[in-house]
Write a protein that binds this ligand. Structure first.
Ligand code: HEM
Length: 435
């Protein structure tokens, strides 16, 4: 069946490493290819009013949304959540050799100006390297990092996102269909499949690769790696569990990789594994939390509106701050918001507070400035290359759900996940084509 493989569109490390960025576009980005677009898998649009008539978010709904969303923190990491909340009044707080960074400017300054040790134990880079070997972007610096970023820019940029889109839209189309019949749908389960399907397309794995298995393996690898580097005591056997999970993911990626590029290096394999982990762990945390917030706060009218939806997406990603805490280590003496930082200091960068997720509720009509909202994706040379994909996925999820104005009927926190999120999030339609 080799002819099938040659027909398959080229993907990460098959053709992109040969692709040159377009002149004047160092990241290889360009406008989305119109021909690549497919119609949204949404049912018939519901009769929402025009944007000017859409009411502001109801404060009671906002409180309900915040109350539910807070459970993902309090059920998974209650002590850490309480400590960070108690310390957030000052932009930077030193506790011994640990520096907590909460302020918007302090967070940005630390990520862009403080030299960071990308491979130190207890950091994302250190964990990534332990998980899948060197060359994972998170653990890189300088020229090697820039080259690796260029190799993923095309696949995660505007054109790459439009190429991936049909894969996740097909999942939404199929998995949300029961809502029209009045049946409940577990959005956490849907998003796990969506994430696995997206990674399968991104890495050009064989179509037979099971998206659920891929998603579970990547999520488990992320969870065990994170457990190994979160502040606090480690349970016995954590390192062994992390190694087993990484091996399981690697086996799936190898088995699904029927036609590997012969010029691929060990670093490329590490990067592919880390892309799977980064994409799955964030998507399965972010999308269900954003949908639950939308439902609880009664924001479906904003979600249904084509003009408001992009701002709502950005706002929901800001308040849910899927990657709420970035553990880093200073590589040299520096200052953050005037606070001296010494080489070797442990830095806990609280994205949730920097992006004002705890204080400013989402409102698509009065969104936070992009410079603040963007902070949930980091800042500087390591800022998340998957942000565009994440926004497009949430945009499509909200567009597909909005006509049904779903409500949450059951939610269970995933206490074992790498990032705070829902293991189960069952919703039921209250409008649309319910029959
Ligand atoms: C809502 C979803 C997401 C959030 C909140 C998020 C957040 C982040 C954050 C905070 C960082 C660290 C940035 C820094 O150190 O300055 C990061 C890095 C990264 N993200 Fe995401 N991410 C998301 C989705 C994705 C997706 C879908 C992918 C892949 C398809 C991805 C791939 C990566 C990679 C590879 C890095 C490492 C970049 C580097 O070190 O150069 N992320 N992300």
């Amino acid at each position: 069946m080799t002819h099938l493989k040659t027909d398959r569109p080229t993907r990460l490390f098959r053709s992109t490493r040969l692709r040159r960025p377009a002149p004047g576009r160092p990241d290889g980005e360009g406008p989305p290819a119109r021909s690549a677009r497919v119609p949204a898998p949404t049912p018939a649009p519901a009769p929402f009013p025009d944007p000017a008539a859409i009411p502001a978010p109801d404060p009671a709904g906002t409180r309900a949304a915040r109350r539910r969303d807070r459970r993902v923190y309090t059920r998974s990491h209650p002590v850490l959540f309480a400590l960070l909340a108690a310390a957030r009044r000052r932009p930077v707080v030193r506790l011994g050799s640990t520096v907590l960074v909460h302020g918007t400017e302090a967070y940005r300054e630390t990520l862009t100006q403080v030299p960071l040790d990308r491979t130190a134990a207890g950091t994302t880079g250190g964990a990534a390297r332990q998980l899948s070997g060197a060359g994972t972007l998170f653990d890189q610096d300088g020229t090697g990092h820039r080259q690796a970023r260029r190799s993923v820019a095309g696949d995660l940029g505007a054109t790459g996102t439009e190429r991936l889109r049909p894969a996740w839209r097909a999942v939404l189309d199929r998995r949300l269909a029961p809502l029209a019949a009045g049946r409940p749908v577990d959005l956490a389960e849907v998003v796990r499949e969506l994430a696995g399907t997206t990674v399968r397309a991104l890495l050009a794995l064989e179509p037979a690769t099971d998206p659920h298995a891929l998603s579970e393996a990547a999520a488990r690898a992320a969870a065990t790696a994170v457990r190994d580097h979160l502040p606090g005591p480690r349970r016995p056997g954590t390192a062994r569990a992390a190694a087993t999970a990484a091996a399981r993911l690697e086996a799936l990626l190898t088995a699904g990789d029927g036609d590997p590029d012969p010029s691929r290096t060990a670093g490329d394999a590490s990067l592919r594994a880390m892309l799977a982990v980064a994409a799955v762990s964030t998507t399965v945390a972010a999308l269900p939390r954003a949908a639950a917030w939308c439902a609880d706060a009664g924001l479906w009218e904003q979600a249904a509106d084509e003009a408001l939806r992009p701002a709502l997406v950005t706002e929901l990603l800001r308040v849910t701050a899927a990657s709420p805490l970035l553990p880093r280590v200073a590589a040299a003496d520096a200052t953050a918001a005037g606070c001296p930082v010494r080489a070797g200091d442990r830095l806990l960068l609280v994205a949730r507070h920097a992006a004002r997720a705890h204080s400013d509720p989402p409102d698509a009509r009065h969104p936070a400035p992009p410079s603040v909202a963007q902070l949930v994706f980091g800042a500087g040379p390591h800022a998340c290359p998957g942000a565009r994909v994440a926004r497009a996925q949430l945009d499509d999820l909200l567009a597909a759900l909005a006509p049904y104005r779903p409500v949450v009927v059951r939610a269970r926190v995933d206490r074992a996940a790498a990032l705070p999120g829902w293991r189960t999030l069952v919703v039921r339609a209250t409008a649309g084509e319910v029959r």
